[in-house]
Design a protein around this ligand. Structure first.
Ligand SMILES: [Zn+2]
Length: 391
């Protein structure tokens, strides 16, 4: 499922209904026909004009953090650059220090609260990365918190190990030594405790080089982890490694040039665009339209984090990206649902059909286009997760 999509390719059922049982969709079609065929079923009828869509899937977030980066944001608005902000105590390291100080219970609560907020907005599956611990002990604490938050909230939270976020400033050694330490000491623990099945790395000038990342990713892959990459945010060159390491996705791509796009077009790595980070940093959007021209897939995620993407509203970010990149409604909705599911290696959600998870959201409107038109301001009236309604 790659390349451009037009709105008339969307399959819309007028006066539709969904039958579900034990958290799964058992039948979908016209309400009257479903009612006629299933006389014994308890049918709940929602009166009024509603558009029902699959629950949204946010494949890239950093919602397990403590503290705030308001200071960074204010400095950025006053014209300070990345280095100046880092030198005055801001940046990722600032969040690492605050997150390390937080207890497991505090982090679990913060993560669960953010997940609930997202669920209210219609996001029923949420990926959440570690990466603000940067030591074996602290990364494990964060992944434990994500696991507990998943248990405490109705949304599914899917954990990813991002211990390779940046080289921690208190680590005694270079980036190679650090990644060896993570590979030897952290990844086996994560496997043993079943805390994550995905590994991510930030490939960038101020983080990890392509050469160092390669060894790490290939080893993680061999240990059975799915791979995803933060790549081409400020400088290009990560697409080749994404393909070589058979990554599920490469996320960011603001700096992806035509060569990178051509590489991605020839492989199966899914491009994930993060408009929230472009909006938060005041940087250009990733070339979403060009990627679709080259016939790649396309997923949109929020990148919700305290530094570069503080908004945490997937639908608003996607709607704004669409106006700049000229994405159709069909391209946006698939980027938030069925195409997104594949970036998380999930085939049981993201589309409303028999056998899929009963994750769906209802917006009060009679025209599905109004949801994107209102740029995230129109919120779902009802949200179902695994067949249970969340108010
Ligand atoms: Zn990120």
């Amino acid at each position: 499922m790659k390349g451009h999509l037009s709105d008339d390719q969307l399959e819309i059922i007028q006066d539709g209904g969904i039958l579900h049982q034990h958290g799964k969709i058992t039948e979908i079609g016209k309400y009257d026909q479903l009612k006629h065929k299933n006389q014994d079923a308890t049918l709940e009828r929602i009166d009024g004009n509603f558009v029902v869509l699959p629950g949204m899937i946010d494949v890239h977030t950093h919602i397990c953090w403590a503290g705030s980066r308001i200071e960074d944001y204010a400095m950025r608005l006053s014209g300070k650059n990345y280095l100046e902000i880092a030198e005055s105590g801001g940046g990722i390291w600032n969040t690492v220090e605050k997150t390390r100080k937080a207890t497991l219970i505090e982090l679990t609560e913060l993560t669960a609260q953010r997940a609930q907020k997202m669920l209210k907005q219609g996001v029923t599956t949420i990926e959440a990365k570690s990466g603000y611990g940067l030591s074996v002990e602290d990364e494990l604490k964060i992944l434990e918190a994500i696991k507990l938050a998943d248990r405490n909230s109705q949304a599914d939270i899917i954990p990813t190990c991002l211990a390779a976020h940046i080289l921690p400033s208190d680590f005694d050694g270079d980036e190679n030594d650090y990644l060896t330490y993570i590979t030897d000491k952290l990844l086996p623990e994560i496997k043993k405790k079943n805390l994550a099945k995905r590994v991510d790395i930030f490939i960038e000038k101020n983080a990890f080089s392509v050469a160092t990342a390669k060894e790490y990713l290939l080893q993680a892959k061999e240990m059975g982890f799915d791979i995803t990459i933060h790549g081409d945010q400020f400088s290009s060159g990560a697409a080749g490694l994404a393909i070589e390491s058979e990554a599920l996705s490469i996320d960011h791509l603001e700096a992806a040039d035509n060569d990178e796009i051509a590489l991605l077009a020839g492989g199966n790595v899914i491009p994930v665009i993060l408009p929230g980070s472009s909006i938060g940093l005041g940087e250009p959007f990733a070339p979403a339209h060009k990627l679709l021209d080259a016939c790649t897939s396309l997923v949109i995620a929020s990148d919700w984090n305290p530094g570069s993407a503080p908004m945490g509203n997937l639908l608003t970010g996607a709607s704004i990206l669409a106006t700049y990149e000229k994405l159709t409604m069909a391209e946006i909705w698939t980027a938030l649902t069925c195409r997104a599911a594949l970036a998380l290696n999930k085939t049981d959600r993201g589309i409303l059909k028999t056998g899929m998870k009963a994750d769906f959201i209802a917006f009060k409107t009679n025209d599905f286009r109004e949801i994107i038109y209102r740029q995230g301001e129109l919120k779902p009236e009802k949200v179902w997760k695994n067949g249970s309604i969340y108010h």
